[in-house]
Ligand binder design. Structure first.
Ligand code: ZN
Length: 211
């Protein structure tokens, strides 16, 4: 049996770059993939996202003289964490993880392709005004509830979940189908922010039981 026509599973950035061996590897992030594959089996509507940067991207520490990965800088749109160079367009690091097995996914949203703007969220780029078009896509298809999985809980998953809520969707983070970076308390902070705007938490087991 499948989840309703009005729901979608969003799988955030399950790419080589964010899993062990990648340029911005999140420890144990590959361990959530079997769970995501299982969830994908019960959804009709599935969207994948892919971090997809040009080599001169503003979020890369090596593009800022004297800066190190995980330093922060202030940009016109706010504070930007600087990352190791990761998920450069067309590289193996940017490819979806080979264990991700979701042939039924219908859309891949590529994000972070503007050199001057980062994009943690699948909905809005970090300048908070450039839309990826995902909200319109979901609404035109009659989807009102999204379940979010992937990497990293405290960055791209959190921003996607909050933007989903802001765009008018019921927004759930599937807690055991996500993995966090947890940089200086960022996971706890992200959860505070998510709960504040009404993002809900659910486990994969709970979600599978509801079907
Ligand atoms: Zn990125």
């Amino acid at each position: 049996m499948a989840h309703g026509k009005n729901t979608a599973l969003i799988v955030v950035d399950v790419q080589n770059g964010f899993t062990p061996g990648g340029h911005l590897a999140v420890a144990h992030a590959d361990e959530i993939i079997p769970c995501i594959n299982r969830l994908a089996g019960v959804f009709d509507n599935i969207i994948l996202t892919q971090d997809w940067h040009p080599a001169d991207h503003i979020s890369f520490a090596e593009n800022h003289a004297g800066k190190q990965p995980f330093d922060s800088i202030e940009l016109a749109y706010g504070t930007q964490v600087l990352w190791p160079t990761h998920c450069v367009q067309g590289t193996q690091d940017a490819e979806l993880h080979p264990d991700l097995n979701i042939p039924s996914a219908q859309l891949i949203i590529r994000k972070g392709f503007h050199a001057e703007i980062d994009s943690y969220s699948a909905f809005m780029e970090a300048d908070r005004s450039t839309s990826t078009g995902l909200a319109g896509y979901l609404k035109e298809r009659g989807i009102d509830t999204v379940y979010i999985t992937g990497i990293a809980t405290d960055f791209c998953v959190a921003w996607t979940a909050m933007d989903a809520k802001q765009a008018g969707f019921e927004s759930y983070v599937v807690i055991d189908a996500c993995k966090a970076i947890d940089l200086n308390g960022s996971l706890q902070h992200a959860w505070q922010e998510m709960l504040k705007v009404g993002v809900k938490r659910i486990s994969a087991a709970q979600l599978l039981k509801e079907i």
